[in-house]
Write a protein that binds this ligand. Structure first.
Ligand SMILES: [Mg+2]
Length: 247
């Protein structure tokens, strides 16, 4: 029987996590190891300044007072008896597209799994509240079954973004696009009148270039992007070698 590790960054009580667990149930034994609270936008951070506590709160269900990456590290190193056949992170309440991937705790958990050679996928609901996870749950199961049946390319994870609701236009295999934000710094004051800044909100600048995750979701499609861990710009190596005379 397949063992599937499920985690997220929205925390153990998130609806998306419960939907994901139920959806994947027919595929094998599901073990949930998730942060005990919301860890959105913590990226790939690892807690090294304090010890972590793992709590078993039900059958095959654990919480960690740390980040999504902490959860994966502890699941693989302590909680699970062997290596899982698959890791699925999500279903995140909100999209993880374009540049935002680098902030994402959801995608980072899947990156951590990939670093340990566990086939991994991140799933996000690409829409605004009220969230309807029906389609995202169904497609998570289909895609998970596909990954279990086939082989993911080396050092590669799947980043899937699904529109809310039960319908979609189709699936597009995409590349990572751009997603910058306008007016994403809110100015406010603390109770003593001192200026404070709150990062968040704002409006995404639309990336309308072809084949991107951002464009696919904007057009109402499910976006499936293979993400690689190697951040090297390989053409940049020859450019720097040739023009910078460093070596
Ligand atoms: Mg989140």
């Amino acid at each position: 029987m397949s063992i599937i590790l499920v985690t997220n960054d929205d925390g153990i009580h998130a609806e998306g996590l419960q939907v994901l667990r139920r959806s994947l149930q027919p595929l094998g034994r599901i073990v949930v190891v998730a942060p005990d609270r919301d860890n959105s936008a913590v990226s790939h951070s690892l807690t090294m300044t304090r010890p972590l506590q793992v709590r078993r709160i039900g059958e095959d269900t654990y919480t960690v007072d740390g980040t999504p990456t902490d959860c994966v590290v502890l699941a693989l190193g302590r909680i699970l008896e062997g290596r899982p056949d698959l890791l699925v992170s999500g279903i995140n309440a909100g999209p993880n597209l374009g540049d935002d991937i680098s902030y994402s705790g959801t995608v980072s958990a899947a990156m951590e799994g990939t670093m340990y050679s566990v086939p991994s996928m991140a799933v996000s609901l690409a829409g605004e509240p009220p969230f309807d996870y029906t389609l995202a749950g169904e497609l998570s199961r289909k895609m998970a079954a596909k990954i279990l049946d086939t082989v993911l390319p080396h050092n590669t994870l799947i980043n899937m973004n699904v529109p809310t609701g039960s319908k979609h236009q189709g699936i597009r295999i995409t590349r990572q696009g751009r997603r910058l934000w306008e007016n994403a710094i809110q100015e406010t004051e603390d109770p003593w009148g001192r200026k404070r800044y709150w990062i968040g909100g704002g409006t995404p600048v639309k990336d309308s270039s072809e084949d991107t995750d951002v464009k696919a979701v904007h057009d109402g499609y499910v976006s499936v992007t293979p993400i690689q861990l190697d951040l090297t710009n390989h053409s940049g190596i020859s450019h720097i070698r040739k023009n910078w005379s460093l070596e």
